[in-house]
Design a protein around this ligand. Sequence first.
Ligand code: AMP
Ligand code: GLY
Length: 425
Amino acid sequence: MNILIIGSGGREHALAWKVKQSPVLDKLFCMPGNPGTAEIAENIELDISDFDALVRFAKKQDIGLTIIGPENPLVDGIVDRFSAEGLVAFGPTKFAAQLEGSKSFSKDLMQANNIPTAKYAIFTELDAAKDYILKNKKYPLVLKADGLAAGKGVLICTDEKEALDGLNMIMADKSFGDAGNKLVIEEFLDGDELSLFVLCDGENYRILPAAQDHKKVGEGDTGKNTGGMGAYAPAPLATSALLKNVEENVIKKTLQAMKNLGHPYRGLLYVGIIIEDGIAYVLEYNCRFGDPETQAILPLVKSDLVPFFKACATGSLKNLTLEFEEKCAMDVVLTSGGYPGSYEKNFEITGLDQISNGCLLFHAGTKLSNGKIITSGGRVVNLVSTGSSFAECMENVYEEIEKIQFEKMYFRRDIGFKVLEKEGL
Ligand code: AMP
Ligand code: GLY
């Protein structure tokens, strides 16, 4: 089977690495891909928002399965379009992708189905939202632009001034464009976060090992929010009791709710969980694999995932058993200094060919220029180590990182610090 992966980040390189091992694969294409995927697949330069061109390409290359990495094409209906053309694509339909594409849609769905989530209110008028903020006494308060905002549309406000500034930013200045036409204001929850990835075929599901992301740029979880500075899996926080609880109170209810709406959820459901006082609340849904969690999770999957992706798309997950390695994995993201704010690009990266010790290297913001790999984004490369303990993973991954160099390189030296503290290390 010929397979196409859409996207260009570390997540897509990890997906390509996993799919490349499938015995049913003939030819692998990545669109647009990156210098890492170019080593294992054919990269295709096409605008991924041009669905006509994508369909033409998929038909011409006899693509049997398309895997979509980022949220934008999903929210814009790529799966509907591919299905209408008789092409198999892994991911939710445009309607179902609203679970990520519209925070008000997902909050209302959770409330209507008794899925635990933070208390909230939805506003379409700035004045009403302002009144609500002026009456609010409890801080921090969380403001969320309704639509997609490249991970930047969530503001945690510590006082009234910050909340009013945030409100103006989202609804008056439209800093996130149309994503700010609606606003969700919700209570702040305090606790540890988990990312749970669930393969869904509309009715049946399989849960991948739970991961913990590190969203803050600074060590000890300080500073600005980023796309994610590192991740590890399986997260010990996800005890079997917690997972059972999330299965019953979140996953089953969400799939049933989508089915009841006439739009069964097929694809990867990313459930962002926060655990406050022992209770698991849903912070958000995403309609795709997360980055960087995917880079830590996929090395733990023993089974060939291609049949699972196909089964999700065609509603036939029921008879498939998903197997995992008895290992743990840790991913550290090397970034351009300054990220998530402004940063310089086009620095040569050296040492990428020196990585050993079983460590995996996944490219993200890199580019090939005159035969050299140079930096081209905020998150540059991921280094992933697997081992029998988190301490082993950590030792290995940081040792390998020493081999990589580029100007202004920055990474967190404490990925996994929470789990190591718990392991008493
Ligand atoms: P979201 O895009 O909704 O996941 O929000 C991004 C990040 O903001 C989450 O991963 C949390 O770290 C934080 N966040 C969002 N909502 C809340 C909340 N109600 N309470 C505390 N933190 C939150
Ligand atoms: N790691 C967070 C995300 O992919 O949304």
